[in-house]
Design a binder for this molecule. Structure first.
Ligand code: SF4
Length: 146
């Protein structure tokens, strides 16, 4: 089995942080190739009601790409199956933390752009938000500061 001999890695609900996008993009394209579950019976990763997640967790524990797998499942809101060694319920707990962290980072970036003079329209275009949403983020930060 691919990945045998690898130590189990701890996974977290943190957002991935990268200095440049080139490396992560290359890795993102490759992580599935390195998956320990590649070529195994994928049925075990989708246990039915009352079935154990144990066999899937065992494979995941030795998987070298556990974290990117979990990041992928959380960021794409995949609600079924075992990803990164975690069940749906376990991922849901991480998901809300992930969303909060993601929103906080986005708001910081919006405020930084606003501080450098970008208009709410321009910021909204970059973040896929309406001008009103950007204005709301800025107003919320102003209220916190006062
Ligand atoms: S962590 Fe993800 S990629 Fe690795 S074995 Fe488990 S399900 Fe497959």
């Amino acid at each position: 089995m691919a990945g045998a001999g690898h130590r189990a890695r701890t996974v977290t609900g943190r957002l991935p942080r990268h200095r440049s996008l080139a490396g992560p993009a290359r890795f993102a394209a490759r992580w599935r190739e390195l998956a320990a579950c590649r070529g195994t019976d994928l049925e075990v990763f989708f246990p039915g009601r009352g079935e154990s997640a144990g066999p899937a967790r065992q494979v995941c524990a030795a998987c070298p790409v556990r974290q990117p797998c979990l990041d992928y499942a959380i960021s794409n809101r995949i609600s079924h199956g075992i990803w990164g060694g975690l069940t749906e319920r376990e991922r849901r707990a991480l998901q809300s933390r992930w969303v909060r962290t993601s929103r906080r980072d986005r708001d910081r970036a919006i405020l930084a752009a606003e501080a450098t003079g970008y208009t709410a329209e321009a910021i909204g275009r970059s973040f896929g938000l309406s001008r009103t949403s950007v204005t709301r983020v800025v107003a919320r930060a102003d209220r916190r500061r006062s």
